[in-house]
Write a protein that binds this ligand. Structure first.
Ligand code: NI
Length: 169
């Protein structure tokens, strides 16, 4: 397995819509395991393939503190939500050091394909649900700062720009 470099905000791949995976082959499996190793090392709760520079619909969810039950999702689609949105602090491995309140559905049902090519559906709530919505957004080129009020988003962008100019990004 290998640790992958996480692309930070400003990298154009984060704004590119990811492609559907047609076959769960060894390359997809290797990529998924490397992403898992990467997200655990970074202490993240999730990572999407575009964040490591691969524009395909694959993400890993690592809300398991014991690191024993991660969820690897291929071509995930959110098929329903409980309609109830709540605001909570959220970060992103592509925005190191930034945490903002984002409103998300408290519960969603997601359908995806696993590494054994089985189609599965899980009902999620709270942190798991938030992580799933955040990662599926990445596959659609949507980032958590897109949910912020415009003034706040500009503020974050300005700080990122400053970090980039000083080589801290
Ligand atoms: Ni993220």
């Amino acid at each position: 397995m290998a640790i992958l470099e996480i692309k930070k905000y400003g990298d154009l791949i984060l704004r590119k819509k990811s492609k559907v995976i047609l076959e769960v082959d060894d390359d997809v499996k290797r990529l998924a395991y490397n992403m898992l190793e990467t997200v655990y090392l970074a202490n993240g709760v999730g990572l999407a393939a575009p964040q490591i520079g691969v524009s395909v619909r694959l993400c890993v969810i690592a809300v398991d503190l014991d690191k024993k039950s991660p969820i690897i999702m291929i071509n995930p689609t959110i098929i329903s939500s409980d309609g109830n949105k709540i605001s909570d602090k959220e970060g992103c491995l592509s925005f190191p050091g930034f945490y903002e309140n984002v409103k998300r559905y408290n519960g969603v049902v997601v359908r995806y394909t696993d590494l054994n090519s089985r189609e599965l559906e899980i009902k999620s709530q709270d942190l798991l649900s938030r992580a799933i919505q955040h990662e599926v957004d990445h596959l659609d080129a949507k980032l958590f700062i897109d949910y912020l009020p415009e003034w706040k988003r500009r503020f974050v962008e300005k700080k990122v720009k400053r970090n980039r100019n000083t080589g801290k990004w």
